[in-house]
Design a protein around this ligand. Structure first.
Ligand SMILES: [Zn+2]
Length: 499
């Protein structure tokens, strides 16, 4: 046997396409070539594999070794292929029975002494290995994450020697049996927030229907405090959603922490974030903040301070729930179904409209400041509200606000109505679905048409108001949208004219 093939996985977005690691030993002067990886990474992979084999006292063949990673056009992180390359060399040189390799897939970076080091994307790869019906041999450190793929056969190993002993039938690897328990999310509670009844009500409506929110108010009014508590009033993730969240995080630079299994993401990138940091990118594309916020909350504080290009890049994901990143050879997609919670000051100095009269911003400056949020983006934010400075009486009042646990019970009931009626949150209803599910009575319709004319809102706003009104009616457990629900929904579009 001078040829061997070992199954492994690459990463493309959150997918893990199969890669065949083919090793060929040929006549000629000793050499070691790897085809299908960039040069610098080839050198490192060769050094690690050679050192690990020598350290484990295997014979490193004095032949012309060619390793081909197929298909060639897939982007590849090199280090994950160390283990399959080492096994391929052992099989091709007769130090391991090639048959043994057939029923498994392998990934793992090798240290110079043959220990297996964790790699990125273990969950995504485990899901694919499960679909292919093969066992998945991987570094021990990756096992808890990979085991989130229920029913996958996960065989963790600490060293190259352990994998070889397993394949030789001398010491089979034990299947990983641990299973992550859902995390108990530690969100701060709404009961800490005193006053701000109207703001809390608006956030409840946003949570009930999955609507985007923009809070406008001077500094120190608790906008960040409110946003940080928002994920705590969203219903728990379903198992399928939790798996999607974990898969996206597993391919990110930071990786997925299995102790946060089942937790709704809350991401709050700084306004200096680049487009790539926000929407994703890189030579081997990694998910950006909007994908790391998938099924969770993306909080953008000081919204007008974000780069205009960054804000424009949000429009499409808000609409379609995913983002496409184009690379020279191929395009990868990441899911990005996040709920946007944004905050901003009312003017550049922050004090426009407050009682102190401190604000000296000219109307032109204020218009320019708000104008940094383009009309089309502002249009996609269903709920806009003012967050006033709390009155002194509210701040010193000893009564606590309503706890998140009681808000979440109303939100969950409203979400359940939506699931039963239309299979999705109200914020995701298309125009035709709005016609079907968001009918209002004559009084409500008249109120809405009158308000749109008075507030100079676009025809699209008609449908957007109806979606929010539907969520308000769902919170009230009402089958039909009444005029009072429309009236509240209109309040949340009142600020549209200033964008
Ligand atoms: Zn000002």
């Amino acid at each position: 046997m001078t040829v061997a093939s070992v199954a492994s996985r690459a990463l493309a977005g959150v997918d893990a396409p199969e890669v065949a690691v083919e090793v060929h030993l040929g006549p000629g002067l000793p050499a070691f070539h790897i085809v299908g990886l960039p040069d610098a990474e080839v050198r490192e992979a060769r050094d690690r594999v050679r050192a690990a084999l020598n350290h484990a006292r295997f014979e490193f063949p004095a032949r012309r070794i060619t390793v081909n990673l197929a298909p060639a056009e897939l982007p590849k992180d090199s280090s994950r292929f160390d283990l399959p390359i080492a096994l391929g060399i052992l099989a091709a040189s007769g130090q391991l029975v090639a048959e043994a390799l057939r029923e498994s897939e392998f990934v793992g970076e090798l240290s110079l002494t043959g220990e297996l080091r964790p790699v990125r994307g273990a969950l995504a790869m485990a899901l694919s290995a499960r679909a292919a019906g093969r066992a998945f041999v991987l570094p021990e450190g990756n096992a808890p994450q990979a085991a989130l793929a229920e029913g996958a056969r996960i065989l963790p190993a600490r060293t190259l020697l352990e994998v070889v002993a397993h394949l030789a039938g001398e010491a089979p690897l034990a299947e990983y049996a641990g299973r992550a328990e859902p995390a108990r999310p530690g969100y701060a509670d709404f009961s800490d927030v005193k006053g701000q009844q109207q703001v809390k009500r608006a956030l409840e409506v946003a949570a009930a229907g999955g609507h985007s929110v923009l809070m406008i108010g001077p500094p120190g009014t608790g906008k960040s405090m409110l946003a940080a508590r928002f994920p705590g009033i969203l219903p728990p993730l379903s198992e399928a959603e939790a798996l999607e969240v974990a898969a996206v995080h597993s391919v990110s630079s930071a990786g997925f922490d299995a102790s946060r299994w089942g937790e709704r993401p809350f991401r709050a990138p700084h306004h200096s974030a680049s487009t790539a940091a926000l929407v994703g990118g890189g030579h081997l594309p990694r998910p950006g903040e909007i994908s790391l916020a998938h099924h969770g909350v993306l909080f953008l504080d000081e919204l007008p301070e974000f780069d205009r290009d960054v804000l424009e890049a949000l429009r499409e994901p808000i609409e379609c729930g995913r983002v496409a990143i184009a690379r020279a050879a191929r395009q990868v997609q990441f899911p990005a179904r996040f709920q946007l919670v944004a905050a901003m000051n009312p003017c550049p100095c922050g004090h426009c409209g407050d009682r102190s009269g401190r604000c000296r911003c000219t109307p032109e400056r204020i218009a320019r400041y708000r104008g940094r949020i383009s009309g089309p983006l502002a249009d996609r934010i269903d709920i806009k509200l003012e967050v006033p400075a709390p009155r002194e009486a509210e701040l010193i009042a000893p009564v606590a606000g309503e706890p998140s646990a009681s808000i979440i019970s109303r939100v969950s009931a409203a979400r359940e109505r939506q699931r039963a009626r239309q299979g999705k949150p109200n914020a995701l209803l298309g125009t035709k679905e709005i016609d079907r599910h968001c009918a209002t009575d004559r009084e409500g319709d008249q109120l809405l048409r009158h308000a749109l004319a008075r507030l100079l809102l676009s025809a699209r706003a008609y449908h957007r108001v109806l979606r929010v009104a539907r969520s308000i009616a769902d919170l009230a457990q009402a089958a039909n949208i009444a005029a009072e629900h429309i009236a509240e929904a209109i309040q949340y579009r009142r600020l549209d004219a200033s964008f």
